[in-house]
Design a protein around this ligand. Structure first.
Ligand code: GRF
Length: 194
């Protein structure tokens, strides 16, 4: 299975996937990494010899034009699966339409709890005693797609956004690597994710 990963930040989930995919027995490989800015995580692609591209959001007059360029870049690689892993942008509707259902997203909360760009902060602000990590199918909404995998993560007293996120990320990575494996083996059919 060929995978394109889109990031905006440190790319720790990307790195985990790159490491998993460097095992010849893992049934998927990352063929390209894309970012909406000069993301730190692009270095992981370079470390693993994986091509990358950036489509800087701020260089485009609209989300739609940004999305059109992103779609052009992705289309060139013909990936079987697109993984949004820390991409902090909503994809325009027609980009989702072009690649769905082969787009999945990782989210640091137990969806449908705490969707959106600040899931970790929102869980803390809500005083939640547990939150989680989720891998979902991307649809037109914000973190509203069918849930492919999720797991609870405890919140401890005194947690900060960073300490909680650091507890969530390893769970997120494990779920992501397993979901991609299951898609690659055909065990998980994204057209019928139930
Ligand atoms: C991840 O928790 C991802 O789910 C969320 O932002 C974080 C990105 O972390 N959207 P990284 O860039 O993979 O380190």
């Amino acid at each position: 299975l060929t995978v394109a990963v889109l990031i905006s930040g440190t790319g720790s989930n990307l790195r985990a996937l790159l490491e998993a995919a460097s095992d010849p027995s893992y049934p998927a490989r990352v063929v390209v990494v894309g970012a909406d800015r000069m993301a730190e995580g692009l270095q992981h692609a370079a470390d693993f010899g994986v091509p990358s591209f950036t489509v800087p959001f701020r260089e485009f007059a609209s989300r739609e034009e940004w999305g059109a360029e992103l779609a052009d870049q992705l289309r060139a690689w013909q990936p079987d699966l697109i993984v949004l892993s820390g991409l902090m942008r909503l994809l325009p509707r027609d980009v989702v339409a072009e690649f769905a259902p082969n787009i999945i997203n990782t989210h640091p909360a137990y969806l449908p709890e705490f969707p959106g760009a600040h899931g970790v902060r929102d869980a803390l602000a809500a005083g939640a005693e547990q939150t989680g990590a989720s891998v979902i199918l991307v649809d037109d909404g914000v973190d509203t797609g069918p849930i492919l995998a999720q797991e609870r993560v405890p919140v401890f007293p005194g947690d900060t956004e960073d300490s909680l996120h650091d507890r969530i990320k390893p769970v997120e990575r494990r779920l992501l690597i397993d979901v991609v494996r299951r898609v690659a083996t055909g065990e998980l059919d994204l057209s019928h994710p139930a």
